[in-house]
Design a protein around this ligand. Structure first.
Ligand code: MLT
Length: 361
């Protein structure tokens, strides 16, 4: 076992790494402890989480598996250092920090684990809406200064308000269901507006409408789209100008989806009443957004998926994916030996309970 970074809670003292090292694994982002323990039982594991990304090129050099989350850029240059890399496991959802095209060219198997975080992110979006509507951040800050400002902290109900969901997919539609349960009226836009998808959303109580309609009708707009070329700066000055005066914006998707300079202006002029951002244009240690100067903004450090339950599920799934990969690779090599004379196509690893974990790029 080699740890470039020691996990916070200690590994069991009796632990002995197995002699059989099936895979050389680099865990480049925080991964739940019991998952790391399980990987260590059968594999050669290096953990680098919370370490400078400058170290990654040398650490990845002999690795066959790379496990990562947001906050680590998996570029072509980094992948070029990982000449033995066979499997990439995105321990979460977004692929905006990965050069997918190059991964495809190299033939590296890519698996992602989008399901466990969906409920956590949806719940957090609802929590941030409550925080905005009831001035929780300001109330807490004032009381800590001894200010009992009961009269100035009057908030709003969520019940009866329109929630605009930009991207009513897996996470967005869950938020719609949660919001309905507190009496909100969810309305969402989607790229895939086939009748079946529209009907599924309707069955969940979510009205489907065009992007502009969602923006102009909503009291709260929550963003749940992946970051790609078509969504970069989707919520720009123009989009913000379509939003209702006095409405709120929530972003738990990716920082690049919202133009933060335009958002600052919309908040400073009072066009928007408030905003809550869990994801930011510049993320990481020491980054302070100019939006932090505004009192009507709630800022959190990309913790949408950070619940104990979510991370346990993701960790368990990472282990399953690695083990399935090992098993299939072993089967493949036996098969290849037995049919050495024939030219067999590569076996792509497809094991796994959740079909949307397989990434087609
Ligand atoms: C995700 O895309 O899964 C989330 O942003 C969580 C993360 O990667 O840290």
């Amino acid at each position: 076992m080699r740890l470039a970074h020691k996990p916070k809670s200690k590994l069991p003292p009796h632990y002995k790494n197995s002699d059989i090292k099936h895979m050389k694994i680099l865990v480049a982002s925080h991964l739940e402890q019991s998952a790391i323990r399980q990987l260590l039982q059968r594999h050669d594991v290096i953990c680098t989480f919370d370490q400078p990304t400058a170290d990654l090129p040398s650490l990845v050099r002999d690795r066959e598996v790379l496990v990562f989350r947001s906050g680590v850029e998996i570029t072509q240059a980094l992948l070029d250092c990982a000449t033995d890399l066979k499997l990439l496991v995105r321990a979460g959802c977004g692929l905006d920090n990965l050069d997918c095209e190059y991964v495809r060219k190299r033939g590296i198997v890519l698996r992602r684990i989008p399901e466990p975080a969906a409920q956590a992110v949806a719940e957090m979006a609802l929590a941030l809406m409550f925080a905005l509507a009831r001035n929780i951040r300001q109330a807490d800050a004032m009381l800590r200064r001894g200010q009992w400002a009961k009269d100035t902290l009057e908030g709003h109900l969520l019940a009866g308000k329109v929630l605009g969901i930009v991207g009513a997919g897996n996470i967005g539609s869950r938020l719609g269901v949660l919001a309905s349960s507190v009496g909100m009226e969810p309305m969402g836009c989607i790229t895939d507006s086939t009748p079946a998808v529209v009907q599924t959303l309707r069955d969940k109580g979510i009205t489907v409408a065009a992007f502009r309609t969602v923006l102009s009708a909503a009291d709260f707009v929550s963003v749940h789209v992946p970051l790609n070329d078509s969504t970069r700066n989707l919520i720009n000055g123009r989009a913000l100008s379509l939003m209702k005066k006095g409405s709120y914006l929530i972003n738990l998707a990716r920082g690049g989806v919202v133009d933060e300079t335009a958002l600052y202006a919309a908040l400073a002029t009072g066009r928007l009443c408030g905003a809550a951002l869990d994801v930011h244009q510049h993320e990481g240690q020491g980054q302070i957004s100019p939006l932090a100067q505004l009192p009507n903004v709630v800022l959190t450090p990309h913790i949408g998926a950070s619940t104990v339950e979510t991370q346990q599920q993701i960790g368990a799934r990472v282990v399953e994916i690695v083990e399935a990969f090992v098993q299939q690779s072993e089967q493949q090599s036996v098969h290849q030996t037995m049919t050495a004379a024939r030219c067999e196509p590569d076996i792509r690893v497809t094991a796994g309970a959740l079909s949307n974990e397989m990434v087609r790029i």
